[in-house]
Write a protein that binds this ligand. Structure first.
Ligand SMILES: Cc1ncc(COP(=O)(O)O)c(C=O)c1O
Length: 363
C-alpha cells in the first residue's frame, strides 16, 4: 500500500494553483541577474512595502521569540476604526486566501453549490473543490461578472457566490447599483463572498456595509498584498456580520497571523500618504500601458486594478518570449484565456521596458 492508496479520494481531483514565477527561479533558469528581471506577474506593488511598515518590522525583530497575539487585537481595532465597524466584525488571515479556505471549512461540503464567474480568481474553485462542493460556472459578460446570470444560477443548493470587483484576472469592476440589486435578489441561504483585493485602487469602492447592517449575508475580503505592498508577509482580512465572523474564528489556527505581519500591517494601514502615492502612480502607469498597447493595435482592457488585461493572440508564446527578455508576465491559459495575458502595472520605467519588449515581439 502506498501513500496514494491512503490519501483522501478528492486529493486527486484537486487542481493545482500555478503562481507567478519567482524572480530567483527565472534568474536561475535563464542565467540572468535578479536585478535585470522585472516581475509584472503577480500584481505586487512595484513601489515595495510602505517604508513605515519596514521600520516597524525592524523594530519588532528582537521580540520574535514571542508568539503573536492570536486575536490580532491592535490591528483589528485599527481596521474597525478605518471601516467604522466593530472589532468582532473583523477577522485577520494568513492572506485573504486563508479566509477563503476558512469559508470552505464552515460552509462548504458535498451537496453544496458554489457560483463563480467563468474568468474569476482561481482560488474560489480550488477551495470549493477541496471541500467537495459543486462549482457552478457562470459566463462573464465582456469579462465582467454577469450578476443577473449569477443570480439566475442560484438554486436551493447554492451556499456561496464569489464576486471579485475589480475581478482578477480581467480587471473589470461591478458598480454599487448593480451590486445592490444583485444582493437584494439573493435568498437567505446564500452567502456572498465579495472580494475587494483591489478596492484601494478605486477612488470610490462599492460600500456593502449598509447591506451587512441590514442582515444581508455578505463577507467582504481585503488584502495587504496589493496596495500596501506586503504580499510576502501574508496578511488579509474580512469583515461581515459578527455571527459570521465568529464562525470563521472557530476554524482558524490559534496563531494564523504572524507577529511581523500584524506589526507591519498596522504601520502600513497608517501610512495613508504611501497608499495615495501608489494609487496615483498606478493610474499614470495604467494610462501609459493602455496608450502603448493601443499603439501596437493590441486590444487592452485597462480595468480598475493594478494590472491590465491584454489580448495578444498567443498568451503562452508571448509569456515565454518576454521571459527570455527578463520580463515576467502572466499567461492565462489556466483561466481558459489562452489568447490573453495579465500585466501588473509597474513603475514608469518597468512599463516602458515592457512596452518596448512587446513592440519588438510584434514587429
Ligand atoms: C481577487 C483576489 N483575491 C484574493 C487574492 C489573494 O490575496 P492574499 O495575498 O491576501 O491571499 C488575490 C491575489 O492575487 C486576488 O487577486
Amino acid at each position: 500500500m502506498n501513500y496514494r492508496d491512503l490519501a483522501n479520494p478528492g486529493v486527486f481531483d484537486q487542481p493545482i494553483y500555478v503562481p507567478g514565477k519567482p524572480l530567483d527561479t527565472v534568474a536561475r533558469e535563464y542565467g540572468m541577474a535578479i536585478e535585470s528581471i522585472d516581475k509584472l506577474a503577480s500584481n505586487e506593488n512595484p513601489f515595495g512595502p510602505s517604508p513605515a511598515a519596514m521600520q516597524a518590522i525592524e523594530e519588532a525583530l528582537p521580540n520574535l521569540h514571542l508568539y503573536p497575539d492570536g486575536s490580532c487585537y491592535a490591528l483589528k481595532l485599527a481596521l474597525a476604526e478605518r471601516h467604522t465597524l466593530s472589532a468582532d466584525q473583523i477577522i485577520l488571515g494568513n492572506g485573504s486566501n486563508e479566509i477563503i479556505e476558512l469559508l470552505g471549512h464552515v460552509f462548504l461540503g458535498p451537496g453544496a453549490e458554489v457560483i463563480v464567474g467563468s474568468f474569476s480568481f482561481i482560488v474560489y474553485r480550488l477551495v470549493a473543490e477541496l471541500f467537495g462542493a459543486k462549482i457552478i460556472n457562470v459566463p462573464m459578460s465582456d469579462f465582467k461578472h454577469d450578476l443577473e446570470a449569477m443570480s439566475n444560477a442560484v438554486t436551493d443548493k447554492t451556499r456561496m457566490v464569489f464576486v471579485a470587483s475589480p475581478n482578477n484576472p480581467t480587471g473589470m469592476a461591478n458598480d454599487q447599483c448593480e451590486l445592490i440589486e444583485f444582493i437584494d435578489r439573493l435568498p437567505e441561504h446564500v452567502i456572498l463572498c465579495f472580494d475587494e483585493a483591489y478596492a484601494e485602487y478605486l477612488t470610490e469602492p462599492p460600500d456593502l456595509r449598509p447591506m451587512i447592517k441590514h442582515g444581508k449575508k455578505i463577507i467582504c475580503l481585503r488584502t495587504f498584498s496589493k496596495i500596501y505592498g506586503l504580499g510576502g508577509l501574508r496578511l488579509g482580512y474580512a469583515y461581515g456580520h459578527a455571527d459570521l465572523v465568529a464562525l470563521l474564528n472557530r476554524v482558524r489556527q490559534p496563531f494564523n497571523v504572524n507577529a511581523l505581519a500584524q506589526i507591519g500591517g498596522l504601520a502600513a494601514l497608517g501610512d495613508v500618504a504611501f497608499c495615495n502615492r501608489c494609487r496615483e502612480e498606478n493610474e499614470r502607469g495604467r494610462d501609459q500601458l493602455i496608450k502603448g498597447l493601443k499603439r501596437l493595435n493590441l486590444k487592452v482592457y485597462g480595468g480598475s486594478a493594478n494590472f491590465v488585461f491584454v489580448d495578444v493572440g498567443e498568451g503562452q508564446i508571448v509569456f515565454e518570449k518576454l521571459q527570455k527578455l527578463g520580463i515576467i508576465i502572466r499567461p492565462l491559459a489556466n483561466y481558459g484565456l489562452p489568447d490573453h495575458i495579465r500585466v501588473t502595472i509597474g513603475t514608469a520605467a518597468q512599463n516602458e521596458r515592457f512596452l518596448s519588449a512587446i513592440h519588438s515581439l510584434t514587429n
